[in-house]
Ligand binder design. Structure first.
Ligand code: PGA
Length: 258
């Protein structure tokens, strides 16, 4: 049985002072969850913070059961790429995860499928676990091309890195129309795309497909997490807004317990 993963995506939020309270709160709450007997079984938890706060996340969370990571990385190893951050730099801060191809990066920073695949490869090569985001816009859903869009986004990575590379990765299905809008995909809508993703990968490698954690992202919160996480192919959440509140985030972690 696959573990559930609840990963926070803080986006461009936080300050040293705010983070301290949030990280302390989440670490203490998650530790309590883990020590309360049969609870927290099969749940992993991580926070993906802005680059400047990786050191803070590492300082507060090392020794805890929480992992941490970044929200982006460069596809290049090093050199004349002003303003960029490499995979090995993320490793220096003991990151476990890195979000790759978030829809905001694709839409606002021109990250094409090819660039996303390069970044995915850079993460894998450095031993980071990429959280590969895929998902359709509202216009694409309404035009009935959700599966084509998600397939195209996955194929870019599969062609470049091979289906086996997904054994070292996480996929997050994030319908763009549900991100930060308060509109959540219904459990059935999300499950349908998750099953599509898993079946598509199963055609290439059954074992990889079976083991792959596929997260749902898009306005997941404590009040809808139980329903979403009870679906067969939803293996956790990538949490934006609700990750900025320790109680809300921990409630989602609780909802992910078996
Ligand atoms: P949201 O963001 O939970 O605020 O909708 C999710 C994401 O963008 O990863």
């Amino acid at each position: 049985m696959r573990n559930k993963l609840v990963a926070g995506n803080w986006k461009m939020n936080g300050s040293i002072a705010q983070n301290k309270a949030l990280l302390d709160g989440v670490a203490a709450g998650f530790a309590a969850l883990l020590s309360s007997g049969d609870t927290a079984k099969g749940v992993q938890c991580a926070v993906c913070v802005p680059f400047p706060y990786l050191f803070q996340a590492q300082s507060v969370l090392q020794g805890s059961k929480l992992a941490w990571g970044a929200q982006n990385l460069s596809q290049y190893e090093k050199g004349a790429y002003t303003g960029e951050v490499s995979a090995s730099m993320l490793r220096d801060f003991a990151c476990r995860y890195v979000i790759v191809g978030h829809s905001e990066r694709r839409a606002l920073y021109g990250e094409s499928d090819a660039i996303v695949a390069d970044k995915f490869e850079a993460a894998i090569n450095a031993g980071l676990i990429p959280i590969l985001c895929v998902g359709e816009t509202l216009a694409e859903r309404e035009a009935n091309v959700t599966e084509q869009v998600v397939a195209r986004q996955l194929d870019a990575v599969i062609v470049k890195c091979g289906a086996a590379s997904l054994a070292k990765a996480v996929v997050a299905y994030e319908p763009v129309w549900a991100i930060g809008t308060g509109k959540t995909a219904s459990p059935e809508q999300a499950q349908a795309v998750h099953a599509f993703v898993r079946n598509k990968i199963a055609q290439l490698d059954g074992a990889v497909a079976d083991g792959l954690q596929i997260l749902y992202g898009g306005s997941m919160k404590a009040s809808n997490a139980v329903e979403l996480l009870s679906m067969a192919d939803i293996d956790g959440g990538l949490i934006g807004g609700a990750a900025l509140d320790a109680d809300e985030f921990l409630a989602i972690c609780r909802a992910a317990q078996r």
